[in-house]
Design a protein around this ligand. Structure first.
Ligand code: 13P
Length: 252
């Protein structure tokens, strides 16, 4: 029987940002996290070219490294793609799948995201699957229906806390400085938890960490992370600055 994970997961999605110069920031992160005061699990997801050097820089620390996307298959004639196995070999333990920017710019569908999730599991990675409504969908009162359908499309009997986290990222909150109210976040997370529970039972669903993402900053992290059914954050812009990322982690 899986209970709620008592530790929050604070994950940084660097998106298409960073270079070898970012290793200095990773060192600062390592030093800051090692200095104490951080009660959350930390994960950084740099661009694929930086996974190996970042994993090396963080070796022996408690900070994990993840990819931002993977192909569903282990290998094959898919020029430019990377498999979950390749990410794992480079040092990743997690991979983000189905980020709204992939859905928007690369036409990723729920079915494709589900297949990527299976690929992540096959390689032994924790899949962080992203869902979230657009501004128009929220304004039309469709947020719960949209997110519920996205989550349902991803689920299968293998889902559990050891292999899956779900990130609720309202598209309109990403990179905009806008966030839903704490009550709105809690409402969507409650629905996600209930949807998972329908598929795999309440005990297993309780162990799946539900992250909130979209303009999480040091100034709003404490209230967002205290919301019901919020088990962590997926942080974009603020994850590029060690002090900000650490401040978010300390706010949990
Ligand atoms: P921001 O924190 O920059 O809004 O990005 C959120 C996000 O998309 C994380 O995956």
């Amino acid at each position: 029987m899986a209970a709620r994970n008592p530790r929050k997961l604070i994950a940084g999605n660097w998106k298409m940002n960073g270079s070898r110069n970012s290793l200095a920031m990773v060192e600062a992160l390592r030093a800051g996290a090692g200095a104490g005061g951080v009660g959350a699990d930390l994960l950084v997801c740099p661009p694929a070219t930086l996974i190996a050097p970042v994993a090396q820089a963080l070796a022996g620390s408690a900070i994990a490294v993840g990819g931002q996307d993977c192909h569903a298959l282990a290998s094959g004639a898919y020029t430019g793609d990377l498999s979950a196995e390749m990410l794992a070999e480079a040092g990743a333990t997690h991979v983000i799948v189905g980020h709204s920017e992939r859905r928007e710019h690369h036409g990723e569908t729920d079915a494709m995201v589900r297949d990527k999730m299976r690929g992540a599991w096959r390689a032994g990675l924790v899949a962080i699957a992203c869902v979230g409504e657009t501004k128009a969908q929220r304004e039309a009162g469709e947020a719960l229906a949209v997110v519920g359908a996205q989550v349902k499309a991803l689920l299968e009997s293998d889902v559990g806390g050891a292999n899956t986290a779900i990130a609720y990222e309202p598209v309109w909150a990403i990179g905009t400085g806008l966030t839903p109210t704490v009550a709105d976040v809690a409402e969507v997370h409650r629905l996600i938890r209930a949807t998972i529970a329908q598929a795999v039972g309440p005990e297993t669903a309780a162990g799946v960490r539900l992250l909130y993402g979209g303009s999480v900053k040091p100034g709003n992290a404490a209230e967002l992370m205290a919301a019901d059914d919020v088990d962590g954050a997926l942080v974009g812009g603020a994850s590029l600055v060690a002090d900000d990322f650490l401040a978010i982690a300390r706010a949990c």
